[in-house]
Design a protein around this ligand. Structure first.
Ligand SMILES: [Zn+2]
Length: 273
């Protein structure tokens, strides 16, 4: 999938017509990404983010035979309102919870970067660790949080999205993190990225057959969603999934902004894709 557009395609059209054709030509390819990728690296801020935002997609990809890896940036140790819960204990509880959720969805491997919850920063160190992971796993797709979501207050989410897009972009350059090459790794170009919790989705995935599985995986995160208060996540998430479903005429859907790597640098129309 490359840029399959030339100036003849828009000759004789006015601006609005030409722009619409440019965008729809790009979207045609992007909408097929989830059908063709085989290796997916999910880079999440905390141990439950992918399951909540994209558990249906993950289950669907896993059942199609995709190899899926979760890389969790922070230890999740701050995710409690209970002053009697020790952060260290919570971090280890959250590892077990994510292991159980991953098994339900069909994720085979979990990687923990263990930055402290609430204090993740977009540093070169964190970016380079992701670059090494990308070169080791050689994904076709990154799945992560949209760092450009307006009104997002959680700095771990913004930092994770930024680190992921930067790592994706720089992993193909051999002189960035060059000691990877001494360790036998090769530069890697990840062709696609899918962003969740995005204001501008361009791809909707029918998760109707996977919604129960998704909620089973989410319910494994008992420290975040205790059974007696599970409705607090279940209700709004079901409403939102129904709403997204209406976009493609199904009961439940998840929404993503899917981009190719060339949309992440000097591309003035990425926002509109
Ligand atoms: Zn989070």
């Amino acid at each position: 999938m490359g840029f399959s557009f030339d100036e003849d395609s828009i000759k004789g059209l006015n601006y609005d017509e030409a722009y619409k054709i440019l965008l729809s030509s790009e979207l045609k390819d992007l909408n097929r990404v989830f059908d063709i990728v085989q290796r997916v690296l999910c880079i999440q801020p905390h141990p439950d983010d992918t399951d909540v935002a994209a558990g249906g997609l993950v289950a669907k990809l896993a059942r199609r035979g995709c190899e899926i890896v979760y890389a969790t940036m922070t230890d999740g140790c701050m995710g409690t309102l209970d002053p009697k819960m020790y952060p260290e204990r919570l971090a280890s509880i959250r590892v077990s919870e994510e292991e159980e959720a991953a098994k339900i969805l069909g994720v085979k491997r979990l990687i923990w970067l263990n930055y402290k919850d609430s204090e993740l920063k977009p540093t070169i160190d964190a970016r380079n660790r992701l670059i090494t992971l990308i070169r080791e796993f050689q994904p076709h797709l990154l799945l992560t949080v949209d760092p450009w979501l307006t009104y997002e207050a959680h700095s771990d989410h913004i930092a994770t999205g930024m680190l992921a897009v930067e790592a994706m972009f720089f992993a193909m350059f051999p002189y960035i993190n060059p000691w990877d090459m001494r360790d036998g790794l090769k530069p890697h170009l990840t062709p696609f990225i899918a962003l969740y919790w995005t204001r501008k989705p361009n791809t909707y995935v029918d998760i109707t057959d996977y919604i129960d599985l998704k909620f089973r995986a989410i319910s494994a995160h008992k420290s975040q969603f205790p059974p007696e208060r599970f409705w607090e996540i279940e209700n709004p998430l079901k409403v939102y999934s129904r709403l997204m479903g209406k976009k493609i005429g199904v009961a439940y859907a998840e929404a993503f902004k899917v981009l190719s790597i060339r949309h992440l640098h000097c591309c003035p129309y990425t926002e509109d894709l």
